[in-house]
Design a protein around this ligand. Structure first.
Ligand code: UDP
Ligand code: MG
Length: 319
């Protein structure tokens, strides 16, 4: 029996890309000789992405979709796809054709050779990314590598192949905050990375703004009642930095002789600095406490509003 691939594609406002993507992928995938299915996850799109998916599913027996109840974010959309995919291998990729389908044969070759995870990372010379964004992304990867136990390549992407053993492990993970690229590294197994140069977006705009990226990077703006904890961090930073301004004041007042009470400025500077530092540390502790609070609620990572997964499906694994 032929092995089957599940292609998971999160889609947020991608109405003009979907049909084109399926046409492009069909070309690459039919040549591989595997059975395959597309599993689109409509992540609360505000345009006609769902309509496009329904139309495509009506004519293509191997097009499936999951409609989430709102916009949960790409990582959560990916988790929904991972939870419901049935292939012997899963391939996750973006809907905007930035992930080049021509890499698929090479990824499949590595899989056949026994690798469980074949991931891709953007080459540094990527012409579609500005210098500021490159700098931000470098800073993010430097930070996460320094602060955590995993090592992520600069520009590691969500275009990857996962064997079904890895998929079943990823399903066990029910963390409140999902960062897929990290999780995939963390699970271990036999991994190999391929560098690639992303194409330009087919149509539409990237939906991650600067602020959305910062929010993702810090892993935060956890709404509900966790925000005050972050305010403590902000206040701490503000006061410790403003306390530093006392240092030039101390010197200036000393040399120009308008130092009223000796020792006063340095004392205030010290008090303000340590006060700020304490708030900062309290804020950090609070942020972690907030994450524990949200985790203990055991809310689902995503909610499905509708799907056509119930239509007959060529299933080789019986999962
Ligand atoms: N995406 C999603 N939910 C979101 C934002 C994006 O499912 O809230 C999808 C989007 O449709 C695309 C992929 O994630 O398939 C990558 O998004 P985008 O192209 O906006 O980001 P970038 O190319 O900058 O990584
Ligand atoms: Mg993109």
């Amino acid at each position: 029996m032929k092995k089957k691939l599940s292609i998971i594609i999160p889609a947020y406002n991608e109405e003009d890309n979907i049909a084109h993507l399926v046409t492009e992928l069909d070309k690459s995938l039919t040549a591989t000789g595997y059975d395959y299915e597309y599993l689109f996850v409509n992540d609360g799109s505000k345009d006609n992405t769902l309509g496009e998916l329904k139309a495509l599913a009506a004519t293509h027996p191997n097009v499936f979709y999951i409609e989430l109840s709102k916009n949960f974010g790409k990582d959560y959309a990916l988790k929904a796809g991972i939870d419901l995919a049935k292939g012997d291998a899963v391939i996750t990729m973006d809907a905007d054709l930035q992930h080049p389908p021509h890499l698929l044969p090479q990824m499949l070759k590595y899989w056949e050779d026994g690798y469980d995870i074949v991931y891709t990372y953007r080459e540094d010379s990527n012409p579609h990314v500005g210098n500021f964004q490159k700098f931000g992304s470098k800073l993010f990867y430097k930070g996460i590598n320094a602060l955590s136990d995993i090592t992520l390549e600069n520009g590691i992407s969500d275009f990857r192949l996962l064997d079904k053993k890895v998929v079943s492990e990823l399903r066990q993970i029910t963390e409140y905050e999902i960062f897929f690229r990290g999780m995939v590294k963390w699970v271990g197994f036999m991994q190999i990375g391929i560098p690639y140069t992303p194409a330009a977006r087919h149509t539409g705009e990237a939906s991650y703004s600067f602020f959305k990226l910062v929010k993702l990077a810090v892993g935060s703006i956890m709404a509900f009642s966790v925000r005050p904890l972050y305010i403590a961090t902000g206040l701490g930073l503000f006061f410790s930095l403003s306390a530093l301004l006392y240092i030039p004041y101390i010197f200036i007042s000393y040399f120009y002789g308008f130092d009223a009470v000796s020792g006063w400025a340095s004392l205030i500077a010290t008090v303000a600095f340590f006060g700020g530092l304490q708030l900062l540390v309290l804020g950090i502790i609070g942020s972690y406490l907030g994450k524990i609070f949200l985790q203990t609620k055991h809310r689902p990572n995503y909610i499905i509003r509708s799907t056509n997964l119930l239509k007959p499906r060529n299933d080789s694994t019986g999962v």
